[in-house]
Write a protein that binds this ligand. Structure first.
Ligand code: DC
Length: 228
């Protein structure tokens, strides 16, 4: 291997458990973890703060060009910054969650963030999660996983996650929001949520987080030994 490790792409619909599993796997292999959804959320947060219309592509691209989105290690979650402002919690609030599909459908936003994500992944040793990592951002990633789970299971998982963050949204609302985001993420014109041809599909509905992480770790180990 000439890089510092493999590129691992984990894609799938909202609340399939991607980020939890990606973090565990990254820690096990001493890889960097990159949450690309957080980058789309960060520019959405910025657009809401600035009061820019969510379909004003030129204005949002200008905002994006003027900001640095960066991650810092943190417990229990990685910290996210827009320039010097910490937005870790703000980007998980319902206003951002409900607006992010619209902003992430903008072509100028996608190409800029895709470019930034490729730079982050360039040296290898990375676990990157999102919707289009295996299909568009890192088409040559050595490991591609597509994680799915039923809508009911994903709504339950989000409920638990939210409770831990002090966010109180009823289960029925979460289920509706997940279905809506699935629909928008899968039907947008550019880089829709889609399984890459060479991705391994994992249905995690009745698997624990540990089981999913163990399965992905096995796949990475197999690939790492092939690359040596
Ligand atoms: O994973 P998440 O729920 O934090 O992602 C937030 C939104 O960002 C999601 O609705 C779709 C979008 N997204 C995307 O379009 N492409 C990615 N690679 C990651 C997220």
């Amino acid at each position: 291997m000439d890089k510092q490790g493999l590129q691992v792409a984990i894609d799938g619909p909202a609340s399939a458990g991607k980020s939890t599993v990606a973090k565990i796997v990254a820690t096990r292999f001493h890889y960097i973890y990159c949450d690309t959804g957080a980058m789309y959320r960060a520019i959405t947060w910025k657009a809401l703060q600035a009061g820019v219309a969510l379909d004003d592509e030129a204005a949002i691209k200008k905002l994006l060009d003027g900001i640095v989105i960066r991650f810092e290690p943190g417990k229990p979650v990685q910290k996210v910054y827009v320039d010097d402002t910490e937005v870790t919690l703000a980007i998980r609030q319902p206003d951002v969650t409900n607006a992010v599909s619209q902003v992430s459908a903008l072509s100028a936003v996608r190409s800029e963030l895709t470019e930034r994500q490729r730079q982050i992944a360039d040296a290898g040793g990375i676990v990157m999660d999102g919707r289009d990592i295996g299909s568009t951002v890192l088409p040559d990633a050595e490991v591609k996983i597509f994680m799915v789970a039923s809508v009911d299971e994903r709504a339950q998982r989000r409920l638990k996650d939210n409770a831990a963050k002090g966010i109180d949204t009823p289960l029925a609302t979460l289920k509706y929001e997940i279905e809506e985001r699935d629909r928008k993420d899968s039907t947008r014109k550019i880089s829709p949520l889609t399984q890459a041809d060479d991705a391994i599909r994992l249905d995690t509905t009745s698997m624990s987080i540990e089981q999913v992480a163990d399965r992905i770790a096995e796949i990475i180990q197999e690939k790492e030994s092939l690359e040596k």
